[in-house]
Structure formats: C-alpha cells, structure tokens
Design a protein around this ligand. Structure first.
Ligand code: SAM
Length: 310
C-alpha cells in the first residue's frame, strides 16, 4: 500500500500520473483528515518520528475531480491514517459525445439521466437566483430549453402549492419526447409546454413574461447568441421583468458533474467563451437599468432584475 501521509500535494499528483498508467484504480494512505480540525491544508506534524501532512476531505475530492476520478468511501486504518481509493471515471460515458439532433436531449438520451436538482453546486446557486428575483411574486415564467421541466420542479418544491398555482409557466423545447414527458409531469392548468424551435419563438405569439429562465441552452451552436438574447429582452420581457440565465461551467461524464467549461481545441477546461457571453449579457442589461449579479460555480448564473421593481 502506497503511504502518502507525508507527501506534498505535488508529490501525490506526480505519483498519480505515473500510477494511473498501470491501473485505473489506486489505493493509498494519507493522514486521517479527522485527526485535526479547523486547520488549513499543508500543516506538517511529526508524530512518533513520522511526518504527516494534513489535508481535509475537500482537498481529496477536489483532487479526485481534477484527475477525472471518483473517490470511494475512505477506510479508517487508525487514528492518524486513512486509506483512500480513486477510481478513473468512464469518460466515454457522456451525453456530450452523442450526435447533435433535436433528440440529443430527449427521453432516450444520456442527458435525460442527469438530475441537476440533486447536485448541490447547481441547486444552491439556482435557488439563490430564484430568491433574488422574488419568484413568489412573479406572474408568468417563460423557460427556453425547458427539457423535462426540472427548472419548474424546483420552483414547485420551493413554493407553497397555492403560490405555485398562481404563476403561469410556459416551457419551450424542440425535443418532442422531452416535451411530452414534461406535459405528463406537470398536468396543472397553469403549466404549458410547447414543442418548438426557440429560434422561431415569434410563431408561438406568446405574451411577455415577467421572468425568463434559460439554463444551458443559449450557447447551443444552433442559436445565434447575441441577437437571440437581445430580441428576448426587447420582445419577451415585461417592464418589471427579470432574467435567470444559467451557463454551464461543467461537463457531465462518467456519472459526475465535472467543474470547468470545455471548448474545442483545448484539453483543459477553458472559460473565455463563457466569460465573454456572460459579460456581454451583463453589460447590455446594466445599460437597460437592470441590477445584475453573477453567481455559481459549476453553473454560472446571471440574474437580472429591474432596478426599483418588486
Ligand atoms: C443542455 S439542455 C438544457 C436543458 C435544461 N434547461 C437543463 O438545464 O437541464 C439544452 C436544451 O435546449 C434544447 N434546445 C436546444 N436548442 C433549441 C432550439 N433551437 N429550440 C428549442 N429547444 C432547443 C434542447 O432540446 C435541450 O432540452
């Protein structure tokens, strides 16, 4: 068993790089993170002639994710040591690898197995965004790229039923199977879904909404981001309307949400496009007298409310 209790993080990373060439699952010993508390990573201890370097579990789960691994349940060896196991993720198992089509996100797709509402990093920021726009006071919510309706599901969970039923919800997506699923999921009269291409949103002749939500959709290659965004704000938002836009800063692979946006031609995550689009929206909305915040981690949330509204 490899003992890394006294190794620096760089030494551990170097060992991983070499050892993963031989095996897709590695076991090693480190200092028991519960041995100390309220201590920053890197604290060095000498105990009975042995050197230990402290790190909390967060450091190890971060490391596992950065190395595209899953950390298995630690095994306690004694008061000072634990055994950790890192297992390589199956990176081929990812909806990003499926071919582009209107059903890329349909009920039979790998995407459909994802439930973002069970990922704390997603739901924490999304809930905060909903609170920032005072979701309980909104009259009509339009969701573009609604898929199976997960974004509405969280609102339903957050609000008392009578508040939820007072809001009109409209979801649009061009995946026929996802829309069919969403319709069955929300049979309520106040929730409507349209199977439609959002590039042709005008054809639906929708009334303006006082909240527009769109998560993980505007940066799709089939959407011309800037003109689409401008027309949405100008034509689909009421005077006191608010916006919640979610930009993925993560990838879904091997059962995990992995931090960091991926763009072609780079093996590491690269965020230029993400920042460019987010800042473009922020600047435009600020000119139009919106208060804009940018929050989140694995999903970046741009939340905009009209100054002086609600
Ligand atoms: C990455 S998924 C995000 C779905 C959902 N908002 C979520 O975050 O789980 C993008 C969604 O946008 C839909 N979509 C992409 N381009 C579209 C278009 N031009 N018209 C309508 N829907 C579109 C896809 O079918 C898919 O459901």
């Amino acid at each position: 068993m490899k003992d890394l209790s006294g190794a620096s993080t760089l030494e551990i990373m170097n060992w991983f790089n070499a050892a993963f060439k031989e095996s897709s699952k590695l076991e090693f010993e480190v200092m028991n993170p519960d041995y100390l508390s309220c201590t920053y990573a890197g604290r060095c201890l000498e105990i009975k002639g042995e050197t230990y370097i402290y790190r909390g579990y967060k450091a190890y789960t971060d490391l596992a994710q950065l190395l595209f691994c899953r950390m298995l349940t630690p095994v306690l060896i004694d008061e000072k040591k634990v055994r950790l196991s890192f297992e390589k993720l199956d990176l081929e198992n990812s909806f990003h690898k499926t071919l582009k089509s209107e059903e890329k996100y349909g009920v039979d797709s790998a995407f459909f197995e994802i439930n973002k509402n069970e990922e704390p990093a997603f739901i924490f920021a999304y809930r905060q965004a909903l609170e920032n726009v005072n979701i309980q006071n909104r009259k009509q919510v339009l969701d573009l790229g609604v898929n199976s309706g997960d974004e509405f599901a969280l609102i339903k969970e957050l609000l008392p039923l009578d508040s939820f039923e007072k809001i009109n919800f409209i979801g649009v997506d061009y995946s026929a199977s996802a829309i069919e699923f969403a319709k069955k999921r929300f049979p309520q009269n106040n929730v409507r879904f349209f199977e439609h291409d959002i590039n042709k949103l005008d054809e639906l002749k929708l009334e303006k909404s006082d909240l527009i939500i769109s998560i993980g959709t505007f940066q799709s290659p089939n959407i011309d981001f800037k003109p689409f965004f401008l027309s949405l704000v100008q034509n689909y938002l009421t005077k006191d309307g608010a916006l919640i836009l979610g930009f993925p800063n993560s990838r879904w692979m091997g059962g995990e949400m992995i931090y960091g946006a991926k763009v072609p031609n780079y093996i590491m995550s690269e965020m230029s496009l993400l920042y460019k689009d987010v800042v473009y929206c922020k600047k435009y909305l600020q000119q139009k007298k919106f208060r804009v915040t940018i929050t989140g981690k694995d999903y970046i949330f741009l939340t905009a409310t009209r100054i002086g509204s609600l």
